[in-house]
Write a protein that binds this ligand. Structure first.
Ligand code: ATP
Length: 515
């Protein structure tokens, strides 16, 4: 892993993503728009491959899950029923000196993280001191300093939860003051009051003033699934338990969005709502936690980079909830949420629409509103997880360096680069002939410019798993060299074996088979 700039650990990634056509700031010629990004020619390929891995793992591999694609605009009552009009708020606070805006709850959570870091330091120190005989559980349960800090954390968490649940902004402010939280920019503790801020973007539907109706850009894709629950269940003759999956854009007017594609105002979600019989929800919640973590770990980005984090402050709809956190360059942060949403959404839509949203169970001869387990992952965060953990600055044996994106082969934007050794003697024509063969199976790229070494480096930098080089011998015996991105080894193989050799390593099928 390349050494990170501590003040801006994402700096290398952002620069690399731009230089190599993965991500550009949106409308950059006008100096960009904050927290909005465009995916470039390589970015869109990687993004599509992540979508394909998710979609196939969820829909194609589960006979009881189907996909849909619903509109971004929805009837405004949807958001009343879902609770977003009344409760999709963040408590915000401004620092009067730096004029920077923060989420009050995030400031408090950061303060908790600092205390947690102290505990971790104690554990590390003790582990060193005691060596093999170190018993972490016992240490955590008995060390006075650890216990004192854990007590502090529990106290703050409980107060944060109560203040959030009761929308008690005065107490949130009081907590920030008591914890002596300073603005990271100005260093001052000169704060405004805490205010409530709704995260939904609104716009108007209709051309004339009389007709106008405030509508929202959806802040999550889930509600499109809930309002179509019966349409899908009936037309697909689905039997409980079953799931509905969707990939699509979501919009949130985030208060702070300064972390590249980690937190954007326009982003993409991959969500699945799984409808179960009430009472079976806990079992399915556990099952989906297991299924989803397996999907992540299967990519080989490093098992140590994932952890579960149980929610203490449950959202208005949730019975149980956890995050799968990933070790981003900015630390462990939420990548995916798994939520046990009870029958909150369907019941609420029943009440607001006056339509029944129930399942008739033939076995029990009764109707009920199903409970829901949701898995919700941010596509852009997943993209950042892949990109940041793939970025490597390697020192090679000959003393040179290379930047290589070790993207899982099946997700790589370009699978094969086809390179004529020299740009003459019929080699370009031969190379083009190979592209014409393999382009039906893989995203391939022809490259004739620059030395072969430079071309290899360029493809290392965008994560291309294989480079096929055509030389004079190719014209004689129809063999080429196949270079592997990670090992940099080259083997000579016959053109007729190319497709099968590459396919074996770059196919999403292989990832799916391991699930
Ligand atoms: P956070 O606590 O980070 O704001 P959240 O708990 O509000 O996230 P959910 O409502 O559970 O997020 O949304 C599900 C997923 O959507 C998240 O796990 C995340 O991957 C993604 N997501 C949410 N907000 C954003 C955003 N502003 N930009 C990019 N991805 C996002």
């Amino acid at each position: 892993m390349a050494k990170m700039d501590e003040n801006n650990p994402l700096k290398h990634i952002i620069a690399h993503a731009k230089e190599y056509g993965f991500i550009f700031p949106s409308s950059e010629i006008y100096d960009g728009l904050s927290a909005t990004y465009d995916y470039g020619q390589n970015g869109v390929q990687l993004k599509n491959n992540i979508k394909e891995y998710w979609w196939k793992a969820m829909v194609q591999m589960h006979e009881n899950i189907v996909g849909i694609d619903t509109a971004i605009f929805m009837h405004p009552t949807t958001w009343k029923a879902s609770g977003h009009v009344d409760a999709f708020n963040d408590p915000l606070i401004d620092n009067k000196d730096s004029k920077k805006r923060y989420r009050a709850d995030t400031l408090i959570e950061d303060a908790i993280a600092k205390i947690e870091a102290k505990i971790n330091k104690e554990v590390e120190k003790a582990a060193k001191r005691f060596g093999d005989s170190f018993d972490k559980e016992q240490f955590l349960a008995t060390n006075p300093r650890v216990l004192q800090n854990q007590g502090k954390i529990d106290g703050i968490n409980a107060r944060l939860k109560k203040a959030t649940d009761d929308a008690d902004f005065a107490d949130l402010k009081a907590l920030i003051e008591e914890l002596e939280i300073a603005c990271p920019v100005s260093g001052s503790k000169n704060w405004t009051e805490v205010r409530q801020f709704n995260l939904m973007f609104s716009t108007e539907l209709g051309a004339s003033a009389e007709e106008t109706n405030t509508i929202y850009l959806r802040p999550e894709t889930a509600q499109g699934i809930f309002v179509n629950f019966l349409n899908v269940q009936k037309s697909g003759r689905m039997k409980i338990p079953f799931g509905i999956a969707q990939i699509g854009k979501a919009f949130r007017n985030e208060i702070i969005a300064r972390q590249f594609i980690f937190r954007m105002r326009e982003f993409e979600q991959m969500e699945m709502q799984f409808f179960v019989k009430p009472g079976d929800d806990q079992t399915w919640y556990e099952k989906w936690k297991e299924t989803r973590i397996k999907w992540h770990k299967n990519l080989g980005l490093g098992e140590e980079n994932y952890r579960f984090h149980d929610h203490l402050n449950l959202a208005h709809y949730a019975k149980a909830a956890c995050d799968i956190e990933f070790n981003f360059p900015i630390g462990f942060k939420e990548l995916e949420g798994i939520h046990s949403r009870t029958d909150f959404d369907l019941k609420s839509h029943e009440e607001h629409s006056g339509k029944k949203l129930q399942f008739f169970d033939n076995d029990d001869n009764q109707s009920y509103v199903p409970f829901v387990i949701e898995t919700s992952i941010g596509l852009d965060r997943m993209f950042l997880a892949v990109l940041s953990s793939s970025y490597n600055n390697e020192q090679l044996e000959d003393g040179s360096e290379r930047v290589v994106l070790k993207i899982p082969y099946a997700l790589a934007p370009i699978k094969v680069a086809v390179l004529p050794l020299v740009n003459k003697d019929g080699l370009p024509e031969k190379a083009r002939g190979i592209i014409d063969e393999i382009k039906f199976d893989f995203q391939a790229q022809y490259e004739a410019k620059d030395s072969i070494g430079k071309r290899y480096r360029r493809h290392d930098a965008i994560g291309t798993p294989y480079c096929v080089t055509i030389d004079h011998q190719t014209l004689e015996d129809d063999t080429v060299t196949l270079r592997d991105r990670d090992t940099m080894t080259q083997e000579r193989i016959s053109i007729s074996e190319l497709t099968i050799q590459i396919e074996n390593h770059v196919s999403i099928k292989n990832l799916l088979r391991q699930l």
